[in-house]
Unconditional design. Structure first.
Length: 230
């Protein structure tokens, strides 16, 4: 096979270079101003680069859901399916465009446009990080801390009597993967994570985020939401 391939290569005219394939980036579908508007965490030095990306991708989905679905989400889905091909249970892991969760996400995102963006908060990030480290240290999954504290109790240490919510994702260490999996919410009948990220008012307008290692799932990502100010 190597000899045949070499022969085919030598048969080509040397004066004609092979055409270069250009793959469009999802970024090209958004203006610099839109990307700047979504980057509300750009100066949040208490966040990692991937945690900042989580804020950007959530904001882009809220700014123009249909375009997010057609650009970043499609890019994520293709990359994810390519990544999990190495596993024996690929047919269980792969994401299908015929799946009911995929179709419902498309419908939901088509209704999203010009929603208020999220803003990051350091105190809330410390709370999210504390819970993510608790999940890692004790090797479990859940919204209640190992010591029995609820989400509301944890958030009340910084922001008492505020509306709040929490998303937790497992298995991913990038901002795009975590946001896309939470939006897809496959296997979650009430779509609670999707509803939090796409809440239709400015009520839950502030986020704290943390991506940490996890002994069972490799990674866990916690996003806490709160309503600020009064």
């Amino acid at each position: 096979m190597k000899i045949i391939a070499l022969a085919l290569l030598l048969a080509l005219p040397f004066t004609t270079p092979a055409p270069k394939l250009t793959i469009a980036s999802p970024d090209d579908s958004w203006t610099k101003e839109e990307l700047r508007m979504a980057n509300t965490a750009g100066n949040a030095n208490y966040l990692t680069a991937e945690e900042k990306d989580m804020v950007i991708y959530m904001n882009l989905a809220r700014m123009d859901g249909a375009r997010f679905f057609d650009t970043y989400f499609q890019d994520f889905l293709d990359a994810y399916n390519m990544k999990v091909k190495q596993y024996g249970n690929y047919n269980e892991l792969k994401l299908s465009r015929n799946d009911s969760y995929y179709r419902s996400l498309r419908r939901d995102l088509e209704q999203v446009a010009n929603f208020p963006v999220f803003w990051p908060d350091q105190a809330l990030t410390n709370i999210a990080k504390g819970h993510a480290k608790d999940l890692n240290r004790n090797n479990y999954a859940g919204h209640t801390s190992k010591d029995g504290r609820t989400l509301n109790q944890r958030i009340s240490t910084a922001y008492p009597k505020k509306s709040n919510g929490e998303c937790i994702a497992f298995g991913f260490n990038t901002g795009l993967e975590n946001v896309c999996m939470l939006l897809l919410d496959r296997g979650v009948p009430d779509l609670g994570h999707r509803k939090l990220i796409l809440n239709k008012s400015a009520e839950l307008n502030t986020v704290g985020l943390s991506i940490q290692p996890h002994p069972r799932y490799r990674y866990c990502a916690v996003i806490d939401f709160v309503s600020l100010p009064d």
